[in-house]
Design a protein around this ligand. Sequence first.
Ligand code: NAP
Length: 298
Amino acid sequence: MAIIIDGKLIAAQVKEEIAAEVLKMKEQGLRAPALAVVMVGNEGASATYVASKVKSCQQVGFESIDLHFPEDISEETLLQTIQDLNNNPGVDGFIVQLPLPSHINEDKVIAAVNPDKDVDGFHPSNVGKMALNIPAFVSATPAGIMELIARYKIETDGKEIVVLGRSNIVGTPISILLSRKAYPGNGTVTLCHSRTKNLKEVCSRADILIVAIGKPEFVTADMVKPGATVIDVGIHRIPSTETKSGFRIIGDVQFESVSQVAGYITPVPGGVGLMTIVSLLQNTLKAAKEKRKEGPTA
Ligand code: NAP
């Protein structure tokens, strides 16, 4: 039976560390870090994520600013809001919750965010720096995965690492991070997608298998090398008669069977998901510290 990589435990530890730093800043007479979250429309999953981001900010002593706009906000008004946040000295970092309604160009919105306040790490400038191993904001989910690997001291040097899924927010950045000359890193990384041939064989070569494919319980035990580390990024809400809420959360990995062969595994829920928010807090703390270096008025 695999060792469970406990995202809940690590997330709580990191939050405690952040809260201690915030307390220190306040004791020095500095303003607490401030994170703004921009949300457009009322999409259920996004609203849940935004609520937990705001709650996490409060838990670590950050100031949180919640900006909620109707679904029909114009692109121009949204871009103006972003400019206002870029220019607001009281905001250290901000994110625009995705996805956005189809009449708004997401790429334009991402590019409008000041890279120094881009705590989601989505701006092309941050993505480029990350690829070149220059200090940058790394997007939250891959950063959370890196933190889990580091805190569990999973060996990555020279390991066969297979990433399933090549999205801009998870698969592609984690494949770059794990192939960089660093720890975690120095892996031999294969990035798989819908055109990959012999997926099962490729996956079963992996010492570390990172799954962000967006398909419920896609990865089964026969795709996993015995003893491998399996990181499940997927989040799916499926109907259930066994829970009060009427649904339960599952991942991209069939946990029951895969946990029998893997060496380490992240559960869903309780794995990567909780680390995503924590990484956002870490990025905001970093943004606030950088800003404080600019001078006493920052
Ligand atoms: P995504 O945009 O849903 O893309 C899925 C990727 O998987 C694509 O690269 C696609 O290939 C590939 N793919 C789909 N079907 C495939 C197949 N049958 N064989 C091989 N590859 C296949 O990815 P995402 O946004 O990274 O999301 C993935 C999952 O992670 C979702 O369940 C999402 O909810 C979850 N997620 C969780 C967090 C968190 O905080 N835990 C954060 C973000 C996302 P192509 O590129 O060829 O289409």
